[in-house]
Design a protein around this ligand. Structure first.
Ligand code: ARG
Length: 461
């Protein structure tokens, strides 16, 4: 704990100062210190612009730029440590500049407010982070596609209502996951394009009477354009709502995948064997090998959804323009980004090292009447209206159940013909599980050649 209190930017107005606990309560440095390099980058662009516009003399602007670079280097090397007794990262940097440069440091904030400063910092931070999240999603997608490629012919039951429904392949199932992940990437990319506008120059809420060049700072900081309206610039947290929602969606996807994994790794399914290094044991039951990683990733979807709700709750009913409530935005959003990034890495590691028990998966396709739809579609091909074909196949299932048989091809052709005279010997070839999977050759279907096409498309997107 430092004993000298760091300077407070607003000390001039107020005779008193909150006591230590109250000051710490309203401070945000413990969270916004993560914005330090973005804050420095923003201040450099702002100071350079002030110099060009003649608000500062060239010497002062140069001195500020040089010292800001120094500060960044010193923080990176550990020579300068961020003082958590400061109110926020903005005050901390301005305080250091002032301590080192005197009046030059005191002049950097001309035409600026912490309101547009923080709006800028978060955007710069997100512009760095979102591409990394998308890389993480891409890596998971490619790992899943690698597995899918090896399993375009590995048949397994596809489920609806968690009841065996139709025969699919593992490659097909994994492609379904990757489709969801590709949309997640698109969502982040869309959001990134939408908030790619520079709020600097918006000031506290209404712009500035100083001759700021907003186009120049926007271009220097790599934005597409400056924001249109100063009040919107500092009140807007749509991007936080959007990104927290995008995080909640990708995390929900991971959670669903992990639910499949947890089921598949149970003794009842035994479709997947998670690596020992990606499992944990029990403190009491010596035999246990638990899918804790899958469970924890699933559990963390609660956190991501919670953060999203936190942000919506903060913003609902907030009067225009800036209110201190907005300070709560960063903790929730950053936590969502951290959570998603970590879970993507963990999920990838778990999947890359897992082994699939293709024999068990194939065995599970037998005996659950997964061929019933194929029997009905056989009749449809012979001109039977679907509802009648459905009924004939349903009655065949009932016949089997009554006779203690576990699949339609156990019935003789004569028995099949009792339900429809259109059944012929060739129906038996249609009713095997692998025939069911490979018959769905249409676009989007389960057939191996179609799944290979899907994999190719998903590799490119
Ligand atoms: N720590 C504040 C935040 O994150 C910075 C902006 C403070 N502005 C103000 N007028 N108090 O929102």
């Amino acid at each position: 704990m430092s004993h000298t209190k760091p300077p407070v930017l607003w000390a001039g107005r107020l005779a008193g100062r909150p006591d230590a606990e109250a000051f710490a309560f309203q401070a945000s440095i413990n969270v916004d210190k993560q914005l330090v390099f973005d804050d420095i980058e923003g201040s450099r662009a702002h100071a350079a612009m002030l110099g060009k516009q003649g608000v500062l003399d060239a010497e002062t602007a140069d001195a500020l730029n040089a010292e800001l670079l120094n500060i960044a280097a010193e923080i990176k090397s550990g020579k300068l440590v961020i003082d958590e007794a400061a109110e926020d990262i903005h005050s901390f940097i301005e305080g250091i500049l002032t301590a080192r440069l005197g009046d030059a440091g005191r002049s950097v904030h001309a035409g600026r407010s912490r309101n547009d400063q923080v709006a800028l910092d978060i955007r710069l931070y997100l512009k760095r982070r979102i591409p990394k999240i998308n890389d993480g999603i891409n890596t998971v997608a490619n790992t899943l596609l690698d597995i899918a490629e090896q399993h375009t012919e590995s048949i397994m039951p596809g489920y609806t209502h968690l009841q065996r429904a139709q025969c699919v392949t593992l490659g097909f199932h994994l492609c379904a996951w990757v489709c969801a992940l590709r949309r997640d990437q698109q969502r982040f990319t869309d959001a990134l394009a939408r908030f790619d506008e520079c709020p600097l120059g918006a000031g506290a809420l209404a712009g500035s009477s100083l001759p700021l060049d907003r186009e120049a700072t926007s271009a220097a900081l790599g934005f597409s354009r400056p924001t249109l309206n100063a009040m919107d610039s500092i009140a807007d947290r749509d991007f936080a709502l959007e990104l927290a929602s995008d995080c909640a969606i990708v995390q929900t996807h991971l959670s669903r995948f992990c639910e499949d994994i947890a089921l598949w790794s149970s003794e009842e399914f035994k479709f997947i064997d998670l690596a020992e290094a990606w499992s944990t044991g029990s403190s009491i039951m010596p035999q246990k090998k638990n899918p804790d990683f899958a469970e924890l990733i699933r559990g963390k979807s609660g956190r991501a959804t919670g953060n999203m709700v936190t942000l919506f709750t903060i913003l609902k009913g907030l009067p225009y323009a800036y209110n201190k409530d907005l300070q709560e935005d960063k903790e929730a959003l950053f936590d969502s980004l951290d959570t998603v990034e970590m879970c993507l890495r963990m999920f990838r590691g778990m999947m890359a090292s897992a082994r699939f028990n293709t024999e068990r998966m194939a065995a599970a396709t037998a005996g659950g009447f997964l061929e019933a739809t194929d029997a009905a579609e056989y009749l449809v091909r012979k001109g039977v209206p679907f509802r009648k074909a459905h009924e004939a196949a349903a009655l065949l299932v009932r016949d089997c159940v009554e006779a203690g048989q576990n699949s339609i091809p156990r019935r003789s052709l004569a028995e099949l013909k009792k339900r429809s005279p259109l059944f012929e010997e060739d129906v038996y070839a249609v009713l095997s599980p692998s025939a069911g999977a490979s018959a769905r050759r249409l676009l989007g279907g389960t057939a191996p050649e179609e799944v290979r096409r899907q994999i190719e498309r998903l590799r490119k997107s």
